[in-house]
Design a protein around this ligand. Structure first.
Ligand code: PHE
Length: 507
């Protein structure tokens, strides 16, 4: 109703008048709230009923202190009035009669004005005073103009402050009418029944308006990928895991069962010829289980062979020459790599008449890392291995080139590295076209005879293997520089929605 009143007033006024020069004045004269008037003016201007021009004025308004004096009187006058007409009052007595700030300011202003004699005893020097400050403040409050010098002094006393006042001057616009026409946005059933649609004016369609965002499900980057060009499954959307599985399967690999996150130290470390003093076996790096803290059973005969190879070697090796402890091997942990699974599989394989094998796995592993931009305490590992007679480092390089080029990474480099269970070992680097640099994407090697021979493999059997994290290539591909944005409880759901459908690899 307030807005309707303002609208009627403005359009009605313009029916006979050329211009409303000042919306502020207009509001006062017509008993309108200026804010209501401004809103109506903006809307009418938008529909070109009127043309509105901004006007700005610097206005003075009272501060809280100014408002107080406008009602209670200035401190100097309050002080003057507190002094008896005849005789004097002690300063202490006077102070008690007034608010501390009024007393303090009053003393200094009344002194300046030569209204009072200040000493131990205070007395009036003049008969009568006028409260000019209060009068000025009231005038400012009423929106009246006051003199320049008065403005300066009130401003200096922080009783008034400048405020920018915004309003409009208004004239008729090209669509001017004394009453706004209601335009219909929808054609309703009632319109049709009443047949009043013939008279209705409809709002024009805005074909540039954005429609509401389409709602749909979104796959998490770790679950989503699209491979094209040299790809296996062109143009289809697959989970990264599924896509990697397809690559492995096409290369003749079988999947290993990885459904055990809890592993014994024996299968995670000892069987891999990883010495018991190795720093990775510290609780700083590995999560050990409290309950059950130890494994129930291990293959005793094989354990004996593993113990022996650690302590004194054999098979052409000197071993590590330390006292191997069964208790250490019994400790349960959250597996730190899927190579623990590979080890169990190789052990089982070695018990059968030899046949070449290709195995792979993709699953979760756990490390007691301090969490930062690139490390989480749990991540996913992709692992592949080939077991056959007489394999060489050339075979490893060949299979890695084959595997990674199927992921779209065909420029590889290898760097000598160290793993307790592989010799030789190589870190794998891929050239990232986007980042224009070599990035480490995995680790690989040939399992040591100290690992394979106690299992019972024939002497000429070699196992080549590699491992990589699922998160790393995904981060590179999606340009995610903080792993916590990708995996874990801090993942931003809108990031998942915004992400383009992505694929592994490069064009
Ligand atoms: N287990 C290694 C890692 O966790 C990866 C690896 C697997 C290295 C197989 C060599 C051979 O980084």
């Amino acid at each position: 109703p307030a807005a309707a009143m303002a609208e009627d007033a403005i359009l009605g006024y313009l029916a006979t008048a050329e211009e409303i020069p000042d919306s502020g004045q207009f509001a006062v004269e017509h008993g309108l709230n200026h804010n209501d008037a401004v809103n109506v003016i903006k809307s009418l201007h938008g529909f070109r009923y009127i043309d509105a021009q901004d006007i700005k004025r610097e206005n003075w308004v009272l501060t809280d202190e100014g408002k107080k004096y406008a009602t209670e009187g200035s401190p100097e006058v309050q002080l003057f009035l507190a002094i008896p007409q005849e005789g004097s009052i002690s300063k202490d007595e006077l102070q008690k009669k007034l608010e501390p700030s009024v007393f303090k300011i009053g003393c200094s202003q009344a002194g300046k004005n030569k209204w009072v004699d200040m000493g131990k005893q205070v007395s009036r020097k003049v008969q009568h005073v006028e409260d000019k400050v209060k009068d000025l403040l009231i005038r400012v409050q009423n929106g009246e103009e006051i003199g320049k010098d008065d403005v300066t002094s009130l401003k200096a006393r922080k009783l008034i402050v400048a405020q920018i006042w915004k309003g409009y001057s208004v004239r008729k616009g090209p669509n001017y009418a004394p009453k706004r026409k209601k335009v219909a946005t929808d054609l309703t059933r009632e319109n049709l029944q009443r047949a009043d649609w013939k008279e209705l004016e409809f709002k024009e369609y805005n074909f540039n308006a954005k429609g509401p965002p389409a709602e749909a499900g979104h796959l998490h980057p770790l679950l989503k990928a699209r491979i094209c060009k040299r790809s296996v499954v062109c143009g289809s959307h697959l989970q990264v895991k599924q896509q990697l599985k397809n690559i492995f399967l096409q290369m003749g690999f079988e999947e290993m069962p990885t459904n055990n996150f809890v592993e014994s130290s024996f299968w995670n470390f000892d069987a891999l010829f990883q010495p018991q003093q190795h720093p990775a076996r510290d609780s700083h790096d590995t999560f050990f289980l409290e309950a059950p803290s130890t494994t129930r059973e291990l293959p005793e005969y094989y354990v004996e062979l593993v113990k022996r190879v650690h302590e004194s070697g054999g098979y052409g090796s000197r071993g590590y020459m330390y006292d191997w402890k069964r208790e250490e091997a019994n400790k349960n942990l959250l597996r730190t790599h899927t190579t623990a699974v590979s080890t169990r599989m190789l052990y089982a394989l070695a018990k059968q008449p030899f046949a070449p094998k290709r195995y792979f796995s993709i699953d979760r592993v756990f490390r007691n890392e301090s969490v930062d931009r690139t490390h989480l305490a749990e991540f996913h590992q992709i692992e592949g291995l080939v077991c056959d007679r007489g394999l060489t480092l050339g075979d490893l390089i060949g299979v890695l080139n084959d595997f990674f080029s199927r992921l779209g990474m065909s420029k590889l480099r290898f760097k000598p590295a160290y793993n307790p269970y592989t010799e030789p070992s190589m870190e794998i680097f891929s050239y990232h076209e986007g980042l224009k640099k070599w990035v480490e994407i995995g680790n690989s090697g040939m399992f040591r005879p100290e690992m394979l021979l106690p299992m019972g493999f024939p002497e000429d059997v070699r196992v080549i293997a590699w491992g990589l994290s699922l998160e790393r290539p995904t981060m590179i591909l999606y340009g995610i520089d903080n792993i916590r944005d990708l995996f874990g409880h801090k993942v931003d759901l809108s990031l998942i929605k915004r992400n383009p459908i992505c694929r592994i690899g490069i064009d």
